[in-house]
Write a protein that binds this ligand. Sequence first.
Ligand code: 4AD
Ligand code: MG
Length: 442
Amino acid sequence: PAATTVKISHCSDYRGKRVKVYGWVHRLRVQGKDFMFIVLRDGTGFLQCVLTGRLCNTYDAITLTLETSVVLYGTVTAVPEGKSAPGGHELIVDYWEVISKAPGGNEAISNKVSSDSDPSLLYNQRHLVIRGETASSVLKLRSYTVKAFRDYFDSIEYMEVTPPTLVQTMVEGGSTLFSLPYYGETAYLTQSSQLYLESCVPALGNVFTISQSYRAEKSHTRRHLAEYSHLEAEAGFINFEDLLNLIEDLVCSVVDSVQKHPIAGPILKQLNPNFVPPSRPFLRMEYKDAITWLNEHGIKKEDGTDFVFGDDIPESPERQMTDAINRPILLNRFPGPIKAFYMPKCKDDPRVTESVDLLMPNVGEIVGGSMRISTLEQKLEAFKTQGLKPEEYHFYLDLGKYGGFPRGGFGLGIERFMAWIADRYTVRDCSLYPRFPGRCTP
Ligand code: 4AD
Ligand code: MG
């Protein structure tokens, strides 16, 4: 009978029918000379395929290697009780062909998890590693998660925009800018689309973007990438409390839709069986109380002294605190000097700003946000202290000139969010082809 070409994810709709399936040999087991099992992978899933008799005795069958691409014809059959197979069915093959042979030898690479091998070997072979079960599950989960972020913003009627990533302004400090020659001038790879999002609010209302951001980080940590996917949002006429609620609602709603999704939910469960969705409300903790917490728990600065108000809280103490508290923390009201130039002072305490970081157990900061200074005078003053040239920021200054308005927004690192929900040790495993110091390939 004629065979319909199907993707593995749709095979369950074809039980008892003859189908044609394309894919790669993911696993191979030869049993005697008349039995061969192939686990076929086509990107949409895995299918156990059974080859018997003369199908196993051909030259192609005897020399078959992992990652060879093949086409298989056969009948989708429910597996008998007590036998397990992905999807609860297998393909009883009646004809097959090799499309293109793989050399074998490095075959195990596609099934390796990055923690048990030399990481630099695995990053060199990332194009093969992503064929593996764990790496591809993380990337699939990421795809559904990004879609859930978009759906969330759609549901609250934010417009999606695509700001440029080649820029001539800095947002998060000059020390992490990548610069490049640009038609005889200097340009930078953007650190954040924030200033552009701010400029969109009077034009489009509330906006968001999922764009690449770049940081020439000197830190080789498990949560820093040189290039990352940055979800950023900006809202007009909100106050600081609204901003905190928005971040909380976004995170909870997206976790909820991912967990309930028929495909993403099971992937999440398999990658992170102990995942507990965060409960609302998130703990709101002021920076000054975090300093007190660190002192009360004997956590010291690198030089052995106590943290004092005004100190930046580095990654390690921040992680110790977040892991000990073991729930999401909206850490807020940081002192101005340790935060970005665009953050306004709190009206009741000018030593601190309307700023917030969302900290997650095991990962640390996944969101950074704040209200924004909005008047021309505030901006010019901030530029003076930072040594920024106002003429390079004319579009940003004009926002204060042509109808300044209260606003706030935030940025969320997609890879950090993924490391949190999928329980990955490093954000590098949540990036398709991670970029970090010493690596810009493949
Ligand atoms: O805290 P950051 O630097 O804030 C901003 O860029 C703001 N302009 C965002 C805004 O308000 N629109 O970065 C925001 C988030 C961090 O919380 C972190 O999740 C992620 O971006 N991030 C990185 N992720 C991976 N590698 C890096 N080097 C990152 N730097 C920041
Ligand atoms: Mg930050």
